[in-house]
Write a protein that binds this ligand. Sequence first.
Ligand SMILES: Nc1nc2c(ncn2[C@@H]2O[C@H](COP(=O)(O)OP(=O)(O)OP(=O)(O)O)[C@@H](O)[C@H]2O)c(=O)[nH]1
Ligand SMILES: [Mg+2]
Length: 418
Amino acid sequence: MYNLNDTIVAVSSPGGGARSIIRITGPVTVEICEKIFRPTIAHFRAGLINGCVAIDNEMEIDAVLYLSLTPRSYTGDDVAEIHLYASAIVTEKLIDNLLTTYKVRIAGPGEFTARAYLNGKIDLAQAEAVNEIIVSSNAVQLAAAQKLLEGRLGLTMEMLRSAILDCLSLLEAGLDFSDQKNEFLSVEAAIERLIGIKANLSRLLHESDRWTSVIDLPAVGITGIPNAGKSSLLNKLLGTERSIVSHERKTTRDVLAGELALRYCRCVLFDCAGLLTQPEGLPAVPSNDSLFSIAGYSGQAGILDRLAQQAAFEALRNSTLVIFCVDISKEDWTEDITVRRLIETKNIMLIATKCDLVSKDNMAVRLHKLGELFSAKLLPTSAKTGIGLERLRDTIDKKLIENYEFSQVSGVALTARH
Ligand SMILES: Nc1nc2c(ncn2[C@@H]2O[C@H](COP(=O)(O)OP(=O)(O)OP(=O)(O)O)[C@@H](O)[C@H]2O)c(=O)[nH]1
Ligand SMILES: [Mg+2]
């Protein structure tokens, strides 16, 4: 267990930057700053001060000191933040100096926030939110963590707790003074109040998201018929040769995935086997239990085809967004249209692949034709030249955020502990 009477120090900036931040909190914080910082902070009462910090007996470096004093600080104790324009090695030297010269120790992971919690500056949900903000990987997670950090859960719970305590006090007063005529709270009024409190609690639970649903990265599946250019697209978007590309149809058999970092979201992007119009031999998938209704399961399709198709459908069924690839350079799209109909998910976007293979004029004509055939606008792309990939990334990002309607939900994200 952490000792609250210690003064603790930590580097709180990520490594590699031009600026380092050292944070100190605890009883000897001000004393340390008086000794290592110039100009003197003797009469300085919290805020920002520009000056120099002594790294050791020989070296001084330009620095900015941010001081906040107890109790109006993050941890509730005196807190100093020293911002240095210096490399990691200089920062290390300063930390060494603090550890050897003053009675300080290195802070444990999350100890500043733990101190804020133990000093009553934030509630437990807010302390957890600090961690969620640090580890959040997309705008949705960040929004959820911010709601927690604002203390929404704590405030709501406090209001409900206080309503329950009011009710309890009135009931107890009624019992204590039962011989008097005045009724503090009638049975009907008590029941009405408790029903109201229960309804508020149920609403909170109902309207709140499960944190797990916020932290799981959404899955984005790339699909289309064999040879549509799915694996090439996956590789280009991920910037690695994750999936084997070849001119042979049915090259990809497994579901191959990689993490894709977009501007606002991160997601798991996956490639799978090209979908077949007649996935013969596959067990029928009940249409009411799936996003896909597949016709024509019979005959002698190879075992590999069967397994690959099964894996592809399973992965697509669990994806948040499906990218359907259509090779624009072909002359006949009958197979693509049939396969497109197998996919019933609403969150699907169509893209035209291999656009580098058609001339500019021809591309406009073909895009128009494809638009009519698929009753949707197709985004022109090329994994070879990179045409349209930036727009594709932005569209995936936008659709993922739109899909997740967390921002419209009035509740908060609840973790298992809540
Ligand atoms: N010119 C050009 N060729 C492409 C492009 N994308 C894919 N190809 C070619 O199209 C062929 C099929 O590409 P893949 O990426 O393997 O297609 P796939 O959809 O993954 O194929 P399967 O795994 O068999 O379903 C390969 O010869 C690729 O080089 C592109 O943007 N431009
Ligand atoms: Mg492939």
